[in-house]
Design a protein around this ligand. Sequence first.
Ligand code: EZ4
Ligand code: CO
Length: 402
Amino acid sequence: MRITEARVVVTCPGRNFVTLKIVTEDGVTGVGDATLNGRELAVAAYLDDHVVPLLAGRDASRIEDTWQYLYRGAYWRRGPVTMTAIAAVDTALWDIKGKVAGLPVYQLLGGRSREGVTVYGHANAEDVDGVLDEVAHYSGLGYRAVRVQTGVPGLASTYGVGGDRMFYEPADAAVPTENVWSTSRYLQHVPTVFRRVREEFGPRLRLLHDAHHRLTPIEAARLGSSLEPYDLTWIEDPVPAELQSGYRLIRQHTTTPVAVGEVFNSVWDCKQLIEEQLVDYIRATVVHAGGITHLRRIFDHAALHDVRSGSHGATDLSPVCMAAALQLDISIPNFGLQEYMRHTPETDAVFPHTYRYEGGYLHPSQEPGLGVDIDEERAAAFPYRPAQLPVNRLEDGTVHHW
Ligand code: EZ4
Ligand code: CO
């Protein structure tokens, strides 16, 4: 079954998405997410200029071989642009394989390991009272796990807060907006937030927090130990991801679990973290970590070391990525949690899908393949709009991690 065509579709139904659609000689189509937030056109060009010309005539059934061909064959390995482009091809080929087999992709991955995929939502607000309302909102929707972020007193704006509550979107301007950051204000404030949330919601609701790479290892260790009384499921991205040995220091000081990986592209980014059991959850995703083929390799490696999955699922990962992530989530033995931020109605209309949310769980599509598509006519009505992620500065103006 030969590939006859591959198309790259860039669309902006509220935010930018890049999607690859592969068509076979039998007219079977497959889709793959290729969205890299703030750098969308780099992946679109990588695909259009360097990958699409290699796809026509290839056997669509050879997923592994195509992955190796694009990864090893390019000589230049890894990196977010390359791995996102490879992911798009890989995801689309799994979609095609499922459709040809007449099975949802999770059946090809070994079948169900659980009844549903536990998800967490985002409760965010300027202050503690506001965030308590948001947590109540998610709890009312049946969520069993909620990520909690608030503004920090004395700082004008903070990552994870602001904009539309249900559809939070950080890439908000063509030239990045700038936030101001103070680690000491932050470290003093966060425990007071979680004390209030636990008081209000009791011990059962799972609580998470994202530090967004902003701390040094010893600062992260202090945050983890100050949050121990509130029994968090995880602190996310406590220190910059490239500082792998920094996680050793965090581990020596706190039993608060740690999750990392939304900016990881390959197993090589997390090998040490997994093998030394320095983290509890790996948050790599289908779209940024080489597709279903490579992400499954990462999760299998993690399973050997009692590390669970906790995949990134923010709004900049399209419904195509979510549909694919759910196929993995339901099948792997070491699933942990899936982030779920909900897309806007405009995005959902451009990407019709049959995965569904119910009572704290997402359920993958039962249709052959991934159970998601792109409506190219609708997509064409939403042209690309430049939008970048914000930049973060310390109070003295120094550029800091975002
Ligand atoms: O900053 O998806 O856990 N989720 C996050 C997200 C990321 C964005 C980056 O594009 O940290 O909000
Ligand atoms: Co994050």
